[in-house]
Design a protein around this ligand. Sequence first.
Ligand SMILES: CC(C)(COP(=O)(O)OP(=O)(O)OC[C@H]1O[C@@H](n2cnc3c(N)ncnc32)[C@H](O)[C@@H]1OP(=O)(O)O)[C@@H](O)C(=O)NCCC(=O)NCCS
Length: 197
Amino acid sequence: MGMEKHYRDEELSEYLYPPEILQKLDFTKSPATFKPKISAASPGEDWMVVRPLQRSDYDKGFLQLLSQLTSTGNISKKQFDERFTQMKMSGGYYVTVIEDKRLAKIIGAATLTVEQKFIHNCSLRGRLEDVVVNDTYRGKQLGKLIVVTVSLLAHELGCYKMSLDCKDKLIKFYESLGYKLEAGNSNAMNMRFEEPS
Ligand SMILES: CC(C)(COP(=O)(O)OP(=O)(O)OC[C@H]1O[C@@H](n2cnc3c(N)ncnc32)[C@H](O)[C@@H]1OP(=O)(O)O)[C@@H](O)C(=O)NCCC(=O)NCCS
């Protein structure tokens, strides 16, 4: 009661990272084939936009979309807002989304995280995480579009490589986008401490 934070328009439209960088990505650098040709700057429909996550995406079904990938829990607006702020302040988080502007709904998402290293002359390594397309929009190249977007973004930001973990059935999908299983170096292992809450 009276405890809800009130947001100004400019806060709600705040981006996690500068959107301009997506406009200059060169899709001809990707081995992916798009038919018809689309890119982050021109996603093929005037009602579609590829952009960084915004604060207001809490109200545009971003978490409902993520729940098609895995469990999200019951995240309040305050929790979302605090995590958004922490990611933005920390840097290195490039949560990227596709919006259907007709419905003001997030229909696709993928995250690039950039890890800072000492090795390889203080290099940067990209990791692809949390790739999902709304089930009613699948099979229309949007999975390719969002993955290629964050992969080119990793290159643009100076990462020397980009890595991912995936289910066996998605290997072909990622291979078509330029990812390779490397002989003797393709083992993903996990130590589970607890069920994620
Ligand atoms: C994986 C996913 C993002 C693909 O999205 P999409 O928009 O349907 O993908 P696209 O339309 O760009 O499909 C690209 C190609 O991959 C293939 N593909 C897509 N999803 C696939 C799947 N689950 N299994 C096998 N192949 C798949 C398509 O057939 C298509 O092949 P084509 O270009 O030869 O026709 C989507 O199915 C999804 O959100 N799945 C649930 C979450 C998930 O598994 N995420 C990945 C975690 S690693």
